[in-house]
Design a protein around this ligand. Sequence first.
Ligand code: NDP
Ligand code: GDP
Length: 334
Amino acid sequence: MRTALITGITGQDGAYLAALLLEKEYRVVGMARRSASADMVSARLRWLGVLDRIELVDGDLLDLSSLIRIVQQVEPDEVYNLAAQSFVAASWQQPLLTGQATGIGAANMLEAVRLARPQARFYQASSSEMYGLIQERVQTERTPFYPRSPYAVAKLYAHWMTVNYRESFGLHASSGILFNHESPLRGIEFVTRKVTDGVARIKLGLANQLPLGNLDATRDWGHARDYVQAMWLMLQQDAADDYVVATGRTTSIRELCRLAFSQAGLDYEEHVVTRSDLIRPAEVDVLLGDAGKARTVLGWQAETSLEDMIAEMVEADLRRHRERAGAGRPPAAG
Ligand code: NDP
Ligand code: GDP
């Protein structure tokens, strides 16, 4: 039985990856930060029905000694470094913490693997945000990076450290440059989920307006369930490498709103309002990825259309709010 160690297991991708690896009969160990609200933190794992089938260990990316101890004890065959301060907008409020968790945290994890388990295969969760002010209309593994937020700068450091540890120490370390991917388990602060949650609230009469920022930016959105497959495939290759994972279709926030509201029989123009405080200090206007290399080498391609994913997310948010109302609880987010 192979053992996988996942950092960031309580996040969206951690939950879907855990489910995928359990299906493949791995022993799955997840690293989670100690929290006073552990039951809330593991909500995604419960939602997918995997909480009871994984092992959780306490650790923090900022604490190298905890990482070394965990890698020594768990003896993983594969390490997936998904943990990060992952929200771009928050990275301007907490740029140093973002640098420590998202940038140095990845270096800490690489060090723990190099010192305690150099034969393990390593996956780094890199991001299309690294392209930022895009240097090519369609972004590939060869497109130059131009990060536009403290988050993207930190991810770029982590990406190059992964490449460097591969080249310097021979680690089997791969970096997945994943474009935005969403699901019913996406954090409520990201625009897709904010919109589908807003649609559900408005449909059920719990709200009337949805405040958003820039509606003209476009993103290449895929489904997290599809994207964790690409992570796993990268670690099954003889040689480690870097791969773009994307759908090849880019859609504006405005069009996303139209799709999500119409899914519930609503007109977004009657409900969406723009608020200047939600506009970012520097914007990534367009992202559009070419996953040709992942298709050729890994045999991977995105399976879920944007329309199907948005329908799934709207349905899930409607269900959540109906259940909360049924249980007499206030319509809390998340
Ligand atoms: P989430 O924000 O849902 O999850 C982030 C995870 O990191 C959570 O489990 C969080 O724990 C954990 N974490 C944060 N800081 C620390 C720390 N100091 N030590 C240990 N754990 C920590 O992210 P996603 O699942 O959406 O994304 C997974 C990874 O992929 C992230 O690195 C993200 O930046 C990257 N990525 C995501 C994309 C996307 O579209 N989703 C696109 C490209 C890259 P807690 O629950 O305690 O907060
Ligand atoms: P990101 O690509 O990782 O930053 O993912 P987000 O989902 O946070 O943002 C995607 C795009 O939606 C960015 O261009 C944002 O500026 C835009 N956007 C517009 N309004 C909002 C909003 O209210 N919240 C968020 N999170 N993004 C918004």
